[in-house]
Design a protein around this ligand. Structure first.
Ligand code: ADP
Length: 339
């Protein structure tokens, strides 16, 4: 029976990671295990930067963004030597199982460590909702709520000045946050990497139509991923061909083509901060508890995910091979409803 486990957060931080760390810690202690916090993701494992936690170690964090364990990227862990160092450290510390909270890069690390003999289970923590094996990732709901709060504020000033706000939304290579925020904030145009857009049809014509309806201010949301040179970005070539390297160039083009004064805004890392929403706290708590139950039952190399409204576990290797198509129906609906 596993008696001593570690917990770490890895990759980009996300609101709700603290709630997950809290749930793992409390559930493990209740089930008779010792729990160690590992600082700065896989770095802490390689360097032995760990500390024992008790019930009170995770007090007063459920409501906080970020992660009390800190997070980091650890290039060394991608090497055989790095994983071997981490395995040796686990043995030295007596850690018999690890709960990893992070994105799919972190899942690959968990798979590698399991293959080296240290049982790991992982759960999805990222605002981007871009983990293919899970319908939901912890932090997404909070990030969308932060976006709409900020977009609502931009709308007030846009309205006063009869302007268009061209807003860059975080989400790495995926447009999930942009789509959800676009629906919830009523954006005139929602531009994501997954859908090839047409400047005339999707921006100029939509703004012209809005004007005909008497609208005097506009919100155009653009995923940061539009400017990334990756194969999944269907709009990268368009941006390069038209001299659009960033959101400022995009906003200039909107102003030139529509005649509406346009200003760019980048929400940036504020999207990742602040108190997690109830949804993120609750799902993080359920998933954290689920991870501990797996380890307790001697099950590892699993990733705990959400399928529709259920929390289930999958083999990590299988999970990493899955696909999550963009929600084109929802995207079309947004374009039909929004003006
Ligand atoms: P995320 O977990 O948010 O996707 P990263 O892709 O940066 O973030 O991964 C976080 C960490 O997980 C990396 O710094 C590295 O230590 C580990 N990792 C990422 N990819 C791999 C891989 N292919 N094999 C082993 N470990 C990996």
């Amino acid at each position: 029976m596993i008696k001593k486990i570690g917990v770490l957060t890895s990759g980009g931080d996300a609101p709700g990671m603290n709630a997950a760390v809290r749930a793992v810690t409390r559930a493990a202690i209740r089930k008779g295990m010792q729990v160690y916090g590992i600082r700065r993701g896989y770095n802490g494992l390689i360097n032995g930067d760990v500390f024992e936690m008790n019930e009170r170690s995770v007090s007063d964090i459920i409501q906080r963004g970020g992660t009390m364990l800190y997070t980091a990227r650890c290039p060394e862990f991608r090497t055989e030597e790095g994983v071997e160092k981490a395995r040796a450290k686990c043995e030295e510390l007596g850690l018999e199982g690890i709960v990893v909270i992070g994105g799919d890069g972190s899942f690959r690390g968990a798979r590698d460590l399991t293959l080296h003999g240290i049982p790991c289970v992982a759960m999805p923590g990222t605002i981007d909702n871009d983990i293919v094996c899970s319908d939901y990732t912890i932090g997404f709901d909070t990030a969308v709520n932060i976006c709409i709060d900020l977009i609502d504020k931009l709308r007030d000033t846009c309205n006063s000045h009869n302007r268009c706000s061209v807003v860059q939304i975080m989400g790495k290579n995926a447009g999930w946050v942009t789509l959800e925020a676009g629906i919830a904030a009523g954006a005139t145009s929602i531009i994501v990497p997954e859908v090839e857009f047409d400047f005339q049809r999707d921006i100029v014509d939509r703004i012209a139509r809005g004007k005909r309806y008497g609208k005097n201010h506009f919100i155009v949301l653009v995923s940061e991923g539009l400017f990334f040179d990756v194969p999944s970005n269907k709009n990268y070539k368009y941006c390069v061909d038209n001299g659009i390297a960033n959101i400022a160039d995009f906003a200039k083009r909107v102003e030139k083509e529509t005649g509406v004064e346009s200003r760019e805004a980048i929400l940036g890392h504020v999207q990742r901060g602040g108190a997690p929403s109830a949804k993120d706290r609750v799902i993080a708590t359920e998933m954290g508890n689920y991870c501990v139950n797996l380890l307790k039952n001697g099950i590892s190399n699993r990733v705990v995910v959400m399928k529709e409204t259920d929390i289930i576990d999958l083999d990590i290797l299988e999970a990493l091979k899955m696909e999550k198509p963009f929600d084109f129906k929802k995207y079309e609906m947004a374009n039909m409803i929004n003006i």
